[in-house]
Design a binder for this molecule. Structure first.
Ligand code: ATP
Ligand code: MG
Length: 255
């Protein structure tokens, strides 16, 4: 099982959106995917609650940090996709001793033979949960939007990754920054990208995900953008998202 984290120390840049699409793309290509919500529930909300009448006690993400899971299992939420949902005690992880950052890796180990890919969604701040995700992962990908605030924090994320590599997980690979929410009608945004690509070189993907309201809309109805495409703009958005997912996942599978 490959473990990949979607991270950025900035909110609202599309971490959860990218995770949803990467998981769906991999699942559609026949991979068994485990998605882990280490944030405050956006990912869990996207997949929806368990069916009414389903009284199974599923594994919740705080339990990955303890050994109190009593054999609980993730919940299947789509063909080839299983979810470990965020719960309220997950927030307590950030107040625990630093050694807690090793627990997630240990907690995920028992799924190594059950899934091909585990995707972890993280909160935007550098706390125990995010460090734990990076400690447990083989690779990390970082969506970003073209705003001065986000761009100024990109070096901070690279420093975080470097620290985790040095102190905890030398095998962690940074797959790259993925431009998202790009406003194709803004000359400023389009002009900034080549300079960023030059500055970050191989640390930035050549692909980009354009801002398209249909992405937000389809997510609100529980679907990746390429499902039930309604009109040409959504078809284009679906194609762009697939190209971005393919670029990222081909690096996830590479060793
Ligand atoms: N390319 C896009 N086009 C249009 N809307 C987008 C795009 N990417 C993300 N969004 C929308 O932007 C909002 C923020 O995205 P998302 O929740 O994925 O960001 P996040 O980084 O996970 O945020 P947080 O840090 O709060 O968890 C969502 O409403 C999402 O649907
Ligand atoms: Mg999110």
């Amino acid at each position: 099982m490959k473990i990949t984290t979607v991270a950025n120390q900035k909110g609202g840049v599309g971490k959860t959106t990218l995770e949803i699409h990467l998981a769906s793309y991999a699942a559609n290509s026949g991979k068994r995917v485990l998605v882990v919500d280490l944030d405050e529930g956006d990912l869990s909300l996207f997949y929806g609650a368990a069916d009414e009448g389903d009284t199974t006690e599923y594994l919740m993400s705080s339990q990955l940090f303890s050994d109190e899971h009593e054999g609980r299992q993730p919940r299947q939420v789509a063909p080839n996709i299983w979810l470990i949902e965020a719960d309220v005690p997950l927030l307590d992880v950030d107040d625990m001793d630093l050694s807690v950052v090793h627990n997630l890796k240990a907690g995920l180990e028992r799924f190594a033979d059950d899934f091909d890919l585990c995707m972890i969604d993280t909160p935007p701040n550098l706390q125990r949960r995010m460090v734990a995700a990076l400690v447990a992962s083989d690779s990390v990908v970082a969506p970003f939007n073209i705003s001065p605030f986000t761009i100024s924090r990109m070096p901070k994320l690279l420093r975080t990754i470097q620290t985790v590599q040095e102190e905890f997980n030398p095998a962690l690979r940074f797959l790259g920054f993925m431009p998202n929410l790009v406003n194709s009608r803004s000359p400023d945004e389009i002009e900034i990208l080549p300079g960023l690509r030059e500055a970050y070189g191989e640390m930035m993907f050549a692909e980009q995900i354009i801002y398209r309201p249909c992405i937000n809309k389809s997510q609100a109805s529980g679907n990746p953008v390429w499902v039930k495409a309604n009109g040409s703009s959504q078809r284009v958005a679906g194609r762009e998202m697939k190209v971005a997912c393919e670029a990222i996942l081909s690096q996830v599978w590479a060793d």
